[in-house]
Design a binder for this molecule. Structure first.
Ligand code: SAM
Length: 305
């Protein structure tokens, strides 16, 4: 199917708009310049009504820290969903530097092959970074790369009053996601991470589509080591097979390295790949040899790739 690209809009609501400036740089800046991506960054304090522009208050039930106020977040998310009020007036980010001289300009369209979008729900996705969310994964990045609109809500302090997200479900598909089992100071860095992981998967953003198809996690495993010239550096040689010119041997070596690395550092991913039917007989032979056991030897149903 041929899909139009140039269709993703990201909006971020934050009390530190300048924190999102990196979204204008490198590949994301280039995507902005080519009209594949547009980014609106909105200062939450535009929706405050008091002289101090307060966005937080003390928590019900007591305890340390402050909680972000629903009367500020609610109208902010309403306006961002509709691109109305202050959200309709905020300028979009411009690319930090012109990468494509004489190339595509914002607003122009190009077309590429893309998978059909299956979800008929047209509400934008509201992504809420929080350590209490579901772990962010490559699968989520893949799914969200097919959306037309993503909105991010950056928490600070002890986070945002939970009723904001219950209410927001009327206008958004709400997804609470965590970057990992640690606590950051605010959601802005998490937005940079998620946006970068998502945008690089939008068709047309990476020059070579194959470069993300072979990345870690695309096939459930970690990618093995990479090497470039020179062939010998500080007495260290590139593995011989990579200079053999034998493509089948190179592919098998890469797969074995991927299995080895994944088994060493993330054994759970290998189990998951096996459960998902992503390992063939040759993979299982490699794993059995690596572990020195026959635990991986074949279910008869496993296909030879
Ligand atoms: N009280 C919260 C808790 O314990 O779950 C932590 C709040 S944290 C200090 C402030 C903000 O940082 C959060 O609202 C969220 O936006 C962001 N944040 C912190 N850790 C995160 C993580 N692991 N993943 C995603 N966002 C995170």
């Amino acid at each position: 199917m041929v899909a139009k690209i140039g269709a993703m809009r990201i909006d971020v609501v934050t009390i530190f708009p300048e924190y999102l400036d990196p979204l204008r740089h490198a590949l994301l800046g280039r995507a902005i310049e080519r009209g594949i991506l547009s980014v609106g960054v909105h200062d939450l304090r535009s929706w405050t009504h008091d002289v101090h522009k307060a966005v937080d208050d003390t928590p019900f039930g007591g305890g340390p820290g402050m909680v972000m106020k629903p009367e500020v977040w609610g109208p902010a998310l309403d306006d961002v969903a509709a691109l109305a009020g202050p959200a309709g007036q905020d300028a979009l980010l411009e690319s930090a530097s012109p990468h494509v001289r004489g190339g595509l300009r914002a607003g122009k369209e190009t077309t590429v092959d893309a998978a059909p979008v299956e979800d008929p729900d047209t509400r934008p996705v509201l992504i809420v970074p929080t350590p209490a969310g579901r772990p962010f994964t490559q699968d989520m990045a893949q799914r969200w790369s097919q959306e037309e609109r993503l909105v991010f809500a950056c928490g600070r302090y002890e986070g945002i009053d939970q009723r904001v997200f219950t209410d927001a479900q009327q206008r958004y598909r709400v997804e609470e996601v965590s970057l990992g089992d640690y606590v950051l100071i605010g959601g802005e860095v998490a937005v940079l991470v998620i946006a970068e992981a998502v945008v690089r998967l939008i068709p047309g953003v990476l020059g070579n589509r194959a470069s993300h198809q072979e990345d870690s996690f695309q096939d459930g495993l970690l990618e093995g080591p990479s090497y470039t010239k020179p062939r010998v550096w500080r007495d260290l040689e590139v593995p011989e097979v990579l200079t053999s010119g034998n493509h089948a041997k190179v592919a098998r070596w890469r797969r074995d390295q991927s299995l080895h690395r994944t088994l060493s550092v993330r054994p759970g991913l290998v189990e998951d790949a096996a459960d998902a039917g992503l390992l063939d007989k040759a993979d299982r032979r490699t794993l059995a040899a690596l572990e020195g056991s026959d635990a991986w030897s074949d279910p008869a149903t496993v296909p030879e790739k």
